[in-house]
Design a protein around this ligand. Structure first.
Ligand code: ADP
Ligand code: MG
Length: 255
């Protein structure tokens, strides 16, 4: 198999006295849809924060596309091809859908020593290309009809789709989705499953974090399970579904 896209080795995160993530190691390959599950408070969002560079690790190493990224913050990881969505929707309510996606379209415009008039023409072309790309992404996630609607008018499920479109605008190799199905009804979850398959078909690997097992079991080839910050299982959906430690963790979390 080719070199993994993402490698975590002995990653840990401590907040004061709380060990949110302990000695976490796993790999993710290009073209893969990997699930990260666990009860509430098991360290899923913290793991996404560490992988995306939103938070620095306390110890351990993270490699992305063969290079260590420990010392890089989120804004330095995005250009390498690592994008994420947030569990809570953090959006610009007054923007239109397309404008929102445009905020993340990274400029390929190269300010080389052209004459100012040429630069202006090139910038215009670039702006047009990015607008087309933003429209295409809005359509891709199922918001084509709402391209010009204000973000504030979207349902919470639609806002989650918009966050995915915005994350895809940076042309990631890997997208991290933190509880993308939160607040969705069954039919919206069904559409989200299809969207996750379509994202992979674009050549983007997916790491999906969920509290509930349904969507994960449907879309993931492989699942990593956390409990109290530690990896307690890793395997196929079938193996995870019947794993006694996983069943215990989920049953235990209901008490
Ligand atoms: P999950 O996403 O699986 O529900 P989290 O990663 O959000 O879990 O949280 C794991 C643990 O770390 C919890 O005990 C939580 O209270 C704690 N934690 C998460 N973020 C912080 C933070 N910024 N400061 C202090 N404790 C935190
Ligand atoms: Mg969380």
């Amino acid at each position: 198999m080719a070199e993994p896209l993402l490698v975590l080795q002995g990653v840990a995160k401590t907040f004061g006295g709380v060990q949110a993530v302990k000695n976490l190691s796993f790999q993710l390959h290009a073209g893969e849809i990997l699930g990260l599950i666990g009860p509430n408070g098991s360290g899923k969002s913290t793991s996404v924060n560490l992988i995306s560079g939103t938070l620095p690790v306390t110890s351990g190493t993270i490699h992305f596309r063969g290079a260590p990224v420990n010392g890089l913050g989120i804004s330095q990881r995005v250009p390498l091809g690592l994008a994420r969505t947030f569990q809570t929707t953090t959006l610009f309510p007054e923007f239109s859908v397309v404008e929102h996606v445009l905020t993340a379209c990274h400029s390929a415009f190269n300010a080389s020593p052209l004459s100012s008039i040429l630069r202006f023409a090139a910038a215009r072309q670039e702006e047009h290309a990015q607008r087309q790309k933003a429209l295409e992404l809005a359509e891709f996630v199922g918001l084509g009809e709402l391209s010009h609607a204000p973000v504030a008018s979207l349902s919470s499920a639609q806002q989650r789709l918009l966050m995915i479109a915005t994350a895809l605008a940076s042309d990631p190799k890997l997208i991290l989705l933190d509880e993308p199905a939160a607040g969705m009804v069954a039919i919206e979850r069904k559409a989200l499953s299809q969207l996750i398959f379509n994202i992979r078909a674009r050549g983007v690997a997916v790491l999906v974090i969920e509290h509930h097992m349904g969507l994960i079991m449907e879309v993931c080839e492989r699942i990593v399970v956390l409990n109290f910050g530690e990896k307690i299982a890793e395997g196929s959906p079938e193996a995870i579904r019947t794993n006694p430690a996983v069943i215990d963790a989920y049953l235990g979390s209901q008490h």
